[in-house]
Design a protein around this ligand. Structure first.
Ligand code: NAI
Length: 481
């Protein structure tokens, strides 16, 4: 029987291991983390992350062959396969700050594996790491532990938050990279046998280590690039009277382009896209490829531009000032069906509006007040350095910000509404009631194109929808940067 241990009980480690445990009842899976509150939550009725279908999977196998523990060393020592799914944030200081991946957590996990191991192990990179990380990890493991064999595999995770369980049940592909030696190939086969419990053979791709590591960064860069491409088009649509949804549909029907990931929005967010592209940019620069680095850097610049453009649109539409005006923020998570706020565009939009002295009333059914206040007071890139590893600082309260538990409360007496997450709930609001309770003129700035703008205009709203022909009111306002 194979024993699996996963270091890191986060958005990736928790759901992936729960699904492995469900699909492989004969394998014991233990997820370990140094964060006791996180492990306690995994062992409770209130899991630490919100993901549709996750509760059900955990309930079926927790206590049977799925366990969550803070006893990191014991479970690593007992395992045959050790997945490492710890944070790989952007470095905030020193060489490569603001771009390179900070492998502090990875390195400390590798050193610990070396320290406690008494038997051969397969060590699997589940975290997204720079290409060639496996080589560094291999050195740490072999130099610190003579006589024990470690095989390193790269098995990057492609799940998307919000659909993690569906993605894990039915992945487009599972990617396993390993050394091209007999030992490396044997390790690949062992991991492949785990996934083969439910993933068809043709969807398990086996490559060399470096291809697997780089493929994860490349996949995120391509995905983010599509969003920045359509967002760049959205600005041109607004300037010309074209409608970005029609343009997306028209280009998406070309089978070479395909229809997915072509929705214009206020910008992409999430813990991965920006961090992984910055990391890719850094790797290109380090390999003497400045043109390639600049190409990918532009994807992030357009994303920043889209957020700034949105804020400018709000301010310029409302007579060039939002000072002292109440603005309702509907949605704070980086997308629907997750409570995750890491790198959510809502942070930059809210900071932009606060910079213009707006009063914000924020509502998101899945995000706590504490999280929102923390996000709005944190420095860029600090979010992915686990709080328990940092000196603790309580979230700073902000007189301009209130966090409420109901959309109608957020909207009451507001001058404008910014929809920043595409929660279904916001499509179904009673917009007549909303209008009646707002200051006039009443503005809706739809950063996710979820509302029917024409219906809202009939009620009396002035509506801005990303990339759509502009409301006559907005056309008369000063041009937006
Ligand atoms: P996370 O922050 O939710 O979880 C990481 C966990 O690792 C934390 O709970 C932390 O306490 C723990 N940890 C850190 N150092 C540790 C150590 N030495 N020993 C034990 N536990 C330790 O991060 P998340 O989102 O799960 O991401 C993990 C990795 O997976 C990152 O490299 C990320 O880029 C990658 N990834 C994330 C995806 C996502 O959608 N969130 C998707 C695909 C990959």
């Amino acid at each position: 029987m194979v024993k699996i241990c996963c270091i890191g009980a986060g958005y990736v480690g928790g759901p992936t291991m729960a699904v492995i445990a469900l699909k492989c009842p004969e394998i014991e899976v233990v997820v370990v983390d140094i964060a006791a509150p996180r492990i306690n939550a995994w062992n409770s009725e209130h899991l630490p992350i919100y993901e549709p279908g996750l509760d059900d999977v955990v309930n079926q196998c927790r206590g049977r062959n799925l366990f969550f523990s803070t006893d990191v060393e014991k479970h690593v020592a007992e395992a045959d396969i050790v997945f490492v799914s710890v944070n790989t944030p952007t470095k905030t200081q020193g060489l490569g700050a603001g771009k390179a991946a900070d492998l502090t957590y990875w390195e400390s996990a590798a050193r610990m594996i070396a320290d406690v191991s008494k038997s051969d192990k397969i060590v699997v990179e589940k975290s997204t790491v720079p290409v060639k990380t496996a080589e560094a990890i291999e050195r740490i493991l072999t130099h610190n532990r003579k006589g024990i064999n470690f095989d390193i595999l790269s098995n990057p995770e492609f799940l998307a938050e919000g659909t993690a369980i569906a993605d894990l049940f039915n992945p487009d592909r599972v990617l396993i990279g390993g050394r091209e030696t007999p030992g490396g190939q044997k390790a690949i086969k062992t991991l492949k046998d785990v996934y083969a419990h439910w993933v068809p053979d043709e969807r398990i791709l086996c490559t060399n280590l470096w291809s697997a590591e780089l493929s994860k960064l490349a996949a995120n860069a391509f995905l983010a690039q599509r969003i920045s491409s359509v967002n760049a088009m959205s600005a041109l649509c607004e300037a010309t009277g074209a409608d970005v949804s029609q343009v997306s549909h028209a280009i998406g029907t070309d089978t070479r382009i395909g229809p997915k990931f072509l929705n214009a929005s206020v910008g992409f967010g999430g813990s991965c896209f920006q961090k992984d592209i910055l990391n890719l940019v850094y790797i290109c620069e380090c390999n003497g490829l400045p043109e390639v680095a600049n190409y990918w850097k532009q994807v992030i610049k357009v994303n920043d531009y889209q957020k700034t453009r949105f804020v400018n649109r709000v301010v310029s539409s409302m007579f060039n000032t939002v000072s002292g005006k109440k603005i309702a923020i509907l949605g704070f998570a980086f997308k629907k069906d997750t409570g995750d706020t890491r790198e959510t565009p809502a942070i930059d939009v809210c900071k932009g509006l606060l910079g213009d002295k707006a009063n914000l009333s924020i509502y998101d059914s899945q995000v706590t007040e504490e999280q929102i206040l923390k996000d709005l007071s944190m420095k860029k890139f600090d979010w992915d350095h686990p709080a328990h590893l940092q000196p603790s600082s309580p979230p700073t309260s902000n007189k301009q910000v209130s966090v409420v538990s109901d959309a109608y409360e957020a909207i009451k007496d507001a001058h404008g509404i910014c929809i920043l997450t595409e929660w279904d709930e916001f499509k179904k609001l009673d917009y007549q009631k909303v209008y009646d309770n707002m200051q006039k003129p009443a503005f809706v700035f739809d950063g996710r194109n979820v509302v029917d703008a024409n219906n809202l205009r009939e009620i009396g709203f002035i509506v801005y929808s990303i990339g759509k022909p502009l409301d006559p009111w907005l056309k008369d306002m000063p041009a937006v940067a």
